[in-house]
Design a protein around this ligand. Structure first.
Ligand SMILES: O=C(O)/C=C/C(=O)CC(=O)CC(=O)O
Ligand SMILES: [Ca+2]
Ligand SMILES: [Mg+2]
Length: 404
C-alpha cells in the first residue's frame, strides 16, 4: 500500500517529513501537510483521528502556531509524525489521509514576518564585486570578512513556488546612456539561495547569540531572490538593493525542519580574519550545511551551487541580525545570500554564469544572457541523510510573465 513502503532511497521518506500547507482537490480549506514520498499527509486530520495532543498545532491553516511552539514541541511533533507514518498499527487510520501531491494545491506555508537577505558566499561576493565595481582595489568590500552583510527586503512579495513572476519595470541607466530610461527590465536574473525560517520570537533589546540558532530557527526552504540587474546597478548606490529585488522572492512550499538535517552539518570554510566574540564560531559546533543545489532553466540544469561553501553560517547571521537588540518574530525569513561555488558551473546567478551577459549560456532552446519571458526557473536540492539516504528539499519554481 503506497506510500508506506517507500524505497529507502526516496528523498521524501520518513527520515525527512517536511511541512507545508495544502488544500485537497475541490476544497478551499487549508491545512498543515507533511510530505511522504509523492503524497501529502493531512497532519491535522491524522492528529485528530489518533487523539494526538498536537491537534491544536496541526489542525491549522498555517504553520505559524507550530513554528511558535519551540524546539521541545517541534521534536515531539516530529516523533509523533514518524510513528504515524511508520508504525503498521496506524496504517488503516493514516492511509485515507494521504493525498497524492498531484491532486493538492500547495500554499505559502507561513505568514512571512520580516524578510532579510544576506550576502554570505565569498565566491558570489567576489564575482559581483568584479562585475559591479571593476575599478575597486579588492573585489570584496573592506567589511565583508568582519560581518555578514545583509539588507531588509519586502516580506509582502514573498511568493510560493509555482507563482508566476511578472517582469519588473523601472529605471535603468547604462554608463554610456546620457540619461536614465524607464521600461521592463532587460537583465532579469535569479539568485539560488536557502531561506531560514524563525519560529520562536525574541524580545526587543535582547540579542540572540549563535547558540540560540537551534532554539529559534525551525527549518529551511529553497529561495529564489529574483533580481533585475539593470534596475539594481543604477539604484543601489549608496543604500543597497531596493526595487531591483523587491518585486518577488519565491520560496519552496516545503519547510525542512533542522532536525532532518543533522547528518548534513559540516564545518564552514576556514576563517581568514579574526572575528568579534559574538561571531567567533571557532569553538562552536559546526553550523554549515552540506546542501547540493541545482538550478534549471526550462528543464536544463545550468548550475549546481554547493551550500557548504558559504562563508557565513545561518547561526552567525542570526546573531548578527539581533546583536543590536532587534527582536525576532515568528515567520521571520532570512535568505543565505546567493550560493556560488568556486567553479563556473557552481554559480548561483546568471549575472555570474554569463559574466553580466557577456558570455551567454547555450541552452537547447537558444542563448540566454538573462531571462526571457516564458522562461521557467527551478531550484531543487538535497542533503545527505542518515544511513546514506538523501533528504530532498523540494523545489522552488517560477515562470517569467511579461511586464503588464
Ligand atoms: O555587491 C552588490 O552590490 C550586490 C550584490 C547582490 O546583488 C547580492 C545580493 O542580493 C545578496 C546575495 O544574494 O548574496
Ligand atoms: Ca539575494
Ligand atoms: Mg528578491
Amino acid at each position: 500500500m503506497p506510500p508506506f513502503d517507500l524505497p529507502e532511497d526516496d528523498p521524501f521518506g520518513p527520515h525527512n517529513l517536511p511541512y507545508g500547507v495544502f488544500s485537497a482537490a475541490g476544497s478551499d480549506a487549508r491545512g498543515v501537510g507533511v510530505r511522504l514520498g509523492d503524497h501529502v499527509l493531512d497532519a491535522g486530520a491524522a492528529a485528530r483521528a489518533l487523539g494526538s495532543p498536537h491537534v491544536s498545532l496541526l489542525a491549522r491553516p498555517t504553520l505559524g502556531p507550530l513554528l511558535a511552539a519551540g524546539r521541545p514541541v517541534w521534536s515531539d511533533v516530529r516523533r509523533a509524525l514518524t510513528e504515524w507514518v511508520t508504525d503498521p498499527a496506524h496504517r488503516e487510520t493514516v492511509a485515507p489521509l494521504l493525498h497524492p501531491l498531484s491532486e493538492v494545491t500547495l500554499h505559502l506555508p507561513f505568514e512571512v514576518a520580516d524578510y532579510v537577505d544576506f550576502y554570505a558566499s565569498e565566491n558570489h561576493a567576489r564575482n559581483v564585486g568584479q562585475i559591479f565595481r571593476p575599478d575597486a582595489e579588492d573585489s570584496l568590500t573592506p567589511n565583508w570578512k568582519h560581518l555578514p552583510i545583509g539588507y531588509h527586503g519586502r516580506s509582502g512579495t514573498v511568493v510560493v513556488s509555482g507563482t508566476d513572476v511578472v517582469r519588473p519595470q523601472g529605471q535603468r541607466k547604462a554608463p554610456t546612456d546620457p540619461a536614465p530610461v524607464f521600461g521592463p527590465s532587460v537583465r532579469l536574473d535569479i539568485e539560488a539561495e536557502v531561506g531560514f525560517v524563525v519560529g520562536v520570537p525574541s524580545p526587543l533589546g535582547r540579542p540572540v547569540g549563535m547558540s540560540g540558532f537551534r532554539d529559534h530557527v525551525f527549518g529551511l526552504c529553497l529561495l529564489n531572490d529574483w533580481s533585475a540587474r539593470d534596475l539594481q546597478a543604477w539604484e543601489y548606490v549608496p543604500l543597497g538593493p531596493f526595487l531591483g529585488k523587491s518585486f518577488a522572492t519565491s520560496v519552496s512550499a516545503w519547510l525542512t525542519p533542522l532536525d532532518a538535517l543533522e547528518e548534513a552539518r559540516v564545518a564552514p570554510p576556514e576563517r581568514t580574519h579574526p572575528l568579534l566574540p559574538y561571531l567567533d564560531d571557532a569553538q562552536e559546533e559546526p553550523m554549515g550545511y552540506d546542501l547540493r543545489i541545482s538550478v534549471a532553466i526550462n528543464g536544463h540544469t545550468v548550475s549546481e551551487p554547493p551550500f557548504s561553501t558559504m562563508y557565513w553560517t545561518a547561526a552567525q547571521q542570526l546573531a548578527h541580525m539581533t546583536v543590536n537588540g532587534a527582536s525576532l518574530r515568528t515567520g521571520d525569513l532570512y535568505g543565505s545570500g546567493t550560493v556560488s561555488g568556486t567553479t563556473e558551473r557552481e554559480r548561483g546567478s546568471l549575472l555570474e554564469l554569463t559574466w553580466n551577459g557577456r558570455e551567454p549560456l547555450e541552452l537547447p532552446d537558444g542563448k540566454r544572457a538573462f531571462l526571457e519571458d516564458g522562461d521557467v526557473v527551478t531550484l531543487t536540492a538535497w542533503a545527505p541523510g542518515p544511513n546514506g539516504t538523501r533528504v530532498g528539499l523540494g523545489e522552488v519554481t517560477g515562470r517569467v510573465a511579461p511586464s503588464l
